[in-house]
Design a protein around this ligand. Structure first.
Ligand code: COA
Length: 397
């Protein structure tokens, strides 16, 4: 029998220490990599405001790798060297495909990525890891669609080659630029859950691949990187009744959102742990979709109009429910619309997030190594105690 009287609950000595549920407000590291200002809606990536860095598609994924791994935007020569190293990572990863066992047959892209990355050598350098993640994600998507993986083209930058490998068709310069906008925008974001997971693993003295595998596992969750697929499902459901120009019928978005909330479900792509205003990354991605709609056309303009109408309806519904807790669009909301506009299947949205975020993960692994201290917080025991007593039967009660 368990004795649960409060006097016998051990751990009482820790009751005075404040419990930080979800580690909210707890500062666990100093970093030079990024700062998230949740009150003003600003994101700084190694000294650069995200809206300036990613705002016009001029900065490529390789540039932000140079920034996060080296502390400054690379010179032309450094960029070429990085481009070559990441391209070599793609080529080497492609050569590994036949030796990944059944990793790439997993139904979920993040499961496949986690298993495939685990095959890399423990201390693979950042460029090799970044190249491999893009190659594995694209190869998984092709196989899932019943198509053969497409070999990398090392003469291309990562964004253009990733679109080519994933879709089986060359990307236009406009498409490659907007994928760069996305990859740069999501490259790092303070002490987010996957980055923290990578730092915890690194703090034990473990290797970079173990840290990145842990990070992929954390990114998979719908509260972190798993939201954009469901955002597109939401737009599809509401848009099924959309009229000319993409606008849902009056009240259509509101009805759908209220039904979700009434069923106790969250509206994906809305809300954030840190931001109390609209996520600045949502604005960067929204502008990228606008540019793409102007240059590439198609149904992109209508889709953007629908997304904007749904965002307004979701924001109003959440404001009514939580007047004291601002719940605005986060990065995932327009990620869904942008990656869809780039012709990537929704099953590839979370793996594509990993293609960008790996830049930050690798930088944090390096930074944490320099700290050299084990991350090991405490917990408060709220279970009971069993005592050994003398009974005729003996043993524990
Ligand atoms: N839809 C509906 N309600 C939401 C919500 C959403 N997207 N986000 C938060 N809420 C509600 C919660 O239900 C909670 O209500 P309660 O106090 O009545 O229980 C309240 O707002 C506070 O939520 P909490 O879970 O404490 O916030 P958090 O800081 O832990 O969560 C997120 C942040 C991102 C996990 C959360 O906003 C969320 O789940 N969003 C949807 C998933 C998503 O888009 N993830 C991508 C993040 S970049």
């Amino acid at each position: 029998m368990l004795n649960m009287s409060s006097a016998e609950v051990i751990g009482m000595k820790d009751m005075a220490a404040p419990l930080a549920s979800g580690l909210e407000g707890v500062v666990v590291a100093e970093t030079r990599l990024s700062e998230v200002d949740g009150e003003r809606g600003r994101l700084t990536l190694a000294g650069h405001d995200v809206e300036e860095l990613a705002g016009d598609g001029e900065v490529a994924f390789e540039d932000v790798c140079g920034l996060l791994w080296g502390g400054a935007l690379p010179s032309a020569a450094e960029r070429e060297a990085l481009r070559g190293a990441i391209a070599e990572g793609r080529v080497r990863a492609f050569a590994l495909l036949d030796r990944l066992g059944d990793a790439l047959t997993a139904r979920d892209g993040m499961d496949a990525l986690r298993a495939a990355v685990a095959h890399l050598g423990g201390d693979a350098p950042p460029a090799a890891i970044a190249g491999a993640i893009a190659t594995f994600a694209a190869a998984w998507s092709r196989r899932a669609a019943g198509e053969a993986p497409v070999a990398p083209d090392p003469s291309l930058r990562l964004s253009a080659d990733y679109l080519r490998m994933a879709r089986g068709a060359a990307a236009s310069e406009a498409e490659a630029r907007e994928l760069d906008t996305y990859l740069v925008t999501v490259s790092d974001h303070g002490m987010n859950a996957s980055t923290f997971a990578a730092r915890v693993v690194t703090s034990t003295g473990s290797d970079a691949i173990s840290a990145v595998v842990a990070a992929i596992g954390a990114l998979k969750g719908p509260l972190h990187g798993g939201a954009p697929g469901p955002v597109l499902d939401m737009l599809d459901a509401i848009g099924a009744a959309a009229g000319e120009g993409g606008a849902p019928p009056p009240g259509g978005a509101e009805r759908w959102i209220q039904a979700e909330l009434a069923a106790g479900r969250r509206i994906m792509g809305m809300g954030h742990r840190i931001y109390r205003v609209r996520d600045p990354r949502a604005a960067v991605l929204e502008r990228a979709i606008e540019r793409l709609a102007r240059t590439a056309g198609g149904a992109r303009g209508a889709r953007l109009a629908l997304a904007r109408a749904v965002e307004r309806a979701a924001e109003a519904a959440l404001r009514a429910r939580h007047p004291d807790r601002p719940l605005r669009a986060n990065v995932e909301f327009y990620t869904a619309v942008l990656l869809d506009a780039l012709g990537l299947p929704r099953s590839l949205f979370s793996p594509t997030f990993a293609v960008g975020r790996v830049a930050g993960w690798c930088a944090h692994v390096d930074e944490q190594r320099r700290v050299g201290r084990l991350i090991r917080p405490s917990s408060r025991y709220i279970g009971g105690v069993r005592r050994r007593v003398d009974t005729p039967q003996g043993g524990l009660i």
